[in-house]
Design a binder for this molecule. Structure first.
Ligand SMILES: *Cc1c(COP(=O)(O)O)cnc(C)c1O
Length: 234
């Protein structure tokens, strides 16, 4: 077995164990394989092991991969998880099934307008800035409902839940506080919009803690595909 297949299996085991520890069903938690900066051959390897959800951060890079894999691997579900500028919304709305990083009304409107009529609505998550870091994207907790209301008026995008990237390098107590706050925002939103079913949080380092706080989708990159070289790209 190849190393990607081993690491994918190991990540699945971590998810199952974390679910068990949190008294949750492992099937409630989806694994998104984050393939940014990695070659197409790595995606195919994970696919052959049964992986179907893939996450990409950079529009240009993703476009090449998605077009290359579209025909042969038509059942891959593509998730956009990078920062989204308005000049890239058209490509994203045409190629992806999901966008996790929605944090502005203007971007939401554009995605809905540009989503091709031949495709089902684009699934979106509102990105929440739970660490309240000024440099990071995402809305504050008290702004979620306003953006959700706007999204609910748009025909070609469908609100599915919340996404967050917890603060890096904080102590466990702070990390728990952030995740607890995110989870209660998720529950509150679900009460208003019953179709909400996705809490996108947890990465290679912190998936166990995220699952403890209700994550339904963990985004795993390096634990499956290995460490990334530093690469800046948009
Ligand atoms: C890169 C990235 C991940 C994956 O991170 P790993 O630490 O490699 O698992 C998850 N979510 C987002 C938004 C990312 O940009």
């Amino acid at each position: 077995m190849t190393s990607i297949q081993n690491k994918l299996k190991h990540s699945q085991k971590r998810i199952a164990q974390a679910a068990k520890n949190a008294s949750r069903e492992p099937q409630e938690i989806n694994l998104l394989a984050v393939s940014k900066t990695k070659p197409i051959s790595d995606i195919v390897e994970a696919y052959q092991e049964g992986q179907r959800l893939f996450g990409e951060n950079y529009v240009q890079e993703a476009e090449i991969k998605i077009r290359a894999l579209k025909e042969t691997y038509a059942d891959i579900e593509w998730h956009f998880i990078g920062p989204l500028q308005s000049n890239k919304t058209k490509t994203v709305s045409q190629l992806f099934h999901w966008v996790h990083t929605l944090d502005r009304e203007k971007i939401a409107t554009r995605l809905s307008e540009q989503r091709p009529d031949t495709l089902p609505p684009l699934n979106v998550c509102i990105q929440v800035n739970i660490g309240k870091e000024i440099t990071k994207s995402g809305v504050q907790c008290n702004e979620i409902i306003t953006l959700a209301k706007h999204i609910s008026t748009l025909p070609n995008i469908q609100l599915r839940g919340l996404m967050a990237i917890p603060s890096a390098n904080v102590d466990e107590q702070k990390a728990r506080l952030e995740l607890a706050q995110l989870h209660s925002s998720f529950i509150a939103l679900k009460q208003l919009y019953p179709q909400i079913d996705t809490l996108s949080v947890g990465m290679s380092q912190d998936l166990e803690l995220a699952i403890e706080y209700g994550s339904t989708l963990v985004r795993i990159g390096s634990a499956i595909f290995g460490a990334r070289k530093n690469k800046k790209e948009t």
